[in-house]
Design a protein around this ligand. Structure first.
Ligand code: WT7
Length: 634
């Protein structure tokens, strides 16, 4: 049997051969890669795909459990190898080093605990946890018994949490008393208590004790993590899953109000995350790999848990934030653990770049071999700062473009193997076929072109549906350009076929790497009794990449006060989370609208960006005087 490492591409020539083969014979190509995993029974057909329905199925009738490939396989061959290195928020507290054998036992124990609560295959389990190893244990325990995990980032508000729990009718909530975040403590349990006032599907809440602060306790439904696992066996047979059974749901925000529960399935997701992890980061056995994301996002799922563990890698998880106790924490951790691959976001890079270089030079960063970036376009300045100061002008930088929906990285250089180019994500990975189109869907055939990015061929880790709403899945991703996947991003291509992602082409704004739909923010602003209407747009921000600006129409214009702005911010914070609070709120008497009543967001974006002289065609506006009024307010 081949190992997944046999599919790690080592040279540019090999990349070209593999890319060519994967395009010509995708089914042969992916079935060979899939052969590197342990299956309980092999698929009888590699692919069934029809994007007019839309439907995508990979490794049909294959049977497996992803945790056997993440854990049992390595616990058998390399039991003492470190799976997870955990660095706590407090640099003086104890870190943890968890081997593959230990991780397997922890996962089995918790799996048995979940079973004792009556959890079975197909049940949805919500996880709202700090970045502790128990979060990874809980994720894998769900996967082990075929329960579907839905991790909700622990920065979301109680309302956002209950909306996600209710959308997929989760039976169990797994949380903690609290989370340490820099010098703050976040009372997760009380946020859960609030959320659960409106979540009838939740039967039990498992509480991991992290902060040991006093919390409210509901003896009928709350169970301590330690009590749940106390008498549980360290063995738990994995539940055999079909390739196309659901593995997890992860919510992402979209252009309209409700969050979208993206559904990922077992077989294809396993094959693609492991393959892309090894190829993009060029991980070698023994390396220490560190991704600074939170497990609450797809980056955490695919490249902190599944991808690395499938490859038998050592993955470092950090509980804290880059500024605590000082802005040198990241470099301190890189030195402490001799990190080899370091994967972070442009917004973090821009914040770090604001601080004195002595905070970096204090540390020995010679272990670093590969740098990565994810979450938003990386601007020229941030790219060069990263290259010079962290990469010392000699390390490859993989700028990885992908989404919650794609499950894994689709466009990126393979670190040190294929060419890189500042601010360009560069080339599609093997098996990925990008195409640029114009607004009408005409394919842009010139080598060098700028337009809308689409993907024309199925890949194994594409999300299969939106939980409970296949129609919306079709509408959002497959109807703009029939037969093609539409990610919502614009891109340009150079003459060598390198792609640079230019940003969203829909009403989603990426703020500090967080994907925020403007519609849900507008909905929560409109909940204020004094607000008649609002429109939220993004504008460029030095550190966050983009920030939000809200234009708000009040019923009574005389009420425009700073305290009303605070009330609006609080409303948003309560309904979504602090990350969605606008930087600027402007009270206006009207919004620029077309004759058919549609808000001209293009104009609002330009105004927010101070591009007063470049508003484009305003002749179709019903109320051009509003534009003049808004200009006067800046
Ligand atoms: C959106 C997806 C991918 C995991 C984290 C975000 C933007 C992501 C890049 C990049 C330019 C990027 C896109 C994409 N994005 N990576 N390297 N260059 N833009 O996942 O929350 O689903 O957001 O993030 O706009 O569509 P997500």
């Amino acid at each position: 049997m081949k190992s997944i490492y046999d599919f790690q591409i080592k040279s540019k020539e090999e990349f070209e051969i593999v890319q060519d083969k994967s395009k010509k014979y995708p089914e042969v190509f992916w079935s060979e890669v899939a052969g590197a995993f342990k299956w309980n029974s092999v698929w009888d057909k590699v692919l069934e795909s029809d994007w007019t329905i839309p439907r995508t199925k990979w490794f049909i009738n294959g049977k497996l459990n992803i945790t056997e490939n993440c854990l049992d396989v390595h616990a058998k061959s390399t039991p003492d190898k470190l799976a997870i290195l955990w660095e706590p928020n407090d640099p003086n507290a104890d870190s943890q080093r968890i081997t593959y054998e230990e991780l397997l036992s922890k996962v089995c124990k918790f799996s048995n605990g979940l079973k004792s609560l009556g959890v079975k295959k197909g049940d949805r389990i919500c996880l709202y946890m700090p970045m502790v190893p128990e979060l990874t244990v809980a994720v894998l325990a769900c996967a082990r018994i075929g329960a579907i995990h839905s991790v909700v980032f622990a920065g979301f508000s109680s309302k956002a949490l209950s909306a996600r729990i209710n959308d997929s009718k989760c039976r169990v909530l797994i949380t903690a008393d609290g989370a340490f975040r820099g010098n703050k403590i976040i009372d997760l349990k009380s946020i859960c208590d609030d959320a659960l006032l409106s979540c009838p599907s939740i039967e039990k809440t498992v509480v991991f004790e992290r902060t040991l602060k006093k919390i409210k306790w509901n003896p009928k439904t709350d169970i301590r993590w330690d009590d749940l696992i106390q008498n549980m066996s360290e063995d738990c047979l994995p539940t055999i899953m079909d390739s196309e059974d659901m593995l997890f749901i992860l919510y992402t925000s979209g252009s309209t109000g409700k969050p979208k529960g993206m559904v990922h399935t077992c077989g294809g997701y396993m094959v693609y995350t492991a393959y892309s992890f090894l190829n993009v980061f060029q991980y070698s056995p023994g390396d220490i790999y560190w991704c600074t994301a939170d497990i609450g996002w797809i980056t955490g799922h695919s490249y902190m848990i599944y991808g690395p563990l499938l490859a038998g890698a050592t993955t470092l998880h950090f509980e804290g934030i880059p500024s605590y106790p000082n802005w040198d924490r990241f470099w301190n951790i890189c030195e402490k653990y001799k990190v080899n691959q370091f994967y972070t976001a442009p917004t973090a890079i821009r914040s770090l770049a604001k601080h004195p270089k002595e905070l970096i030079s204090k540390y020995d960063l010679n272990s670093l071999k590969v740098l990565g970036s994810v979450g938003e376009p990386i601007n020229e300045e941030a790219w060069h700062w990263y290259d010079e100061n962290i990469g010392k002008n000699k390390l490859p930088i993989a700028d990885t473009w992908w989404q919650t929906e794609t499950g894994g990285i689709l466009i990126s250089s393979l670190a040190g193997v294929t060419d890189q180019k500042p601010t360009f994500a560069t080339q599609a990975l093997p098996g990925i076929v990008p195409e640029l189109v114009d607004k009408k869907g005409e394919v842009l055939k010139d080598k060098s072109a700028e337009g809308i990015l689409t993907i024309t061929a199925p890949w194994p880790s594409i999300a299969r549906t939106i939980y409970g709403n296949h129609e919306r899945y079709k509408e959002v991703y497959f109807s703009a350009f029939p037969g093609k996947y539409f990610p919502g991003d614009g891109a340009l291509r150079d003459t060598k076929g390198n792609y640079r992602i230019t940003g969203r082409v829909d009403d989603v704004v990426i703020v500090s790497g967080h994907n925020l739909g403007t519609a849900p923010i507008e909905n929560s602003i409109n909940e204020h009794p004094g607000v008649a209407e609002s429109a939220v747009v993004g504008f460029p921000h030095e550190i966050k990449g983009n920030a939000l600006m809200a234009y708000v129409i009040l019923y009574d214009f005389n009420l425009k006060t700073e305290s009303l702005k605070d009330e609006i911010r609080t409303l948003i914070s309560n309904s979504i989370g602090p990350i969605a609070k606008p930087d600027k709120i402007l009270f206006v008497s009207g919004l620029p609208k077309t004759r058919s009543g549609k808000i001209m967001r293009r104009i609002l974006r330009k105004l927010a960006n101070n591009e007063f002289n470049d508003l484009g065609d305003v002749s179709t506006l019903l109320n051009p005087e509003v534009v003049e009024e808004i200009k006067g307010q800046f």
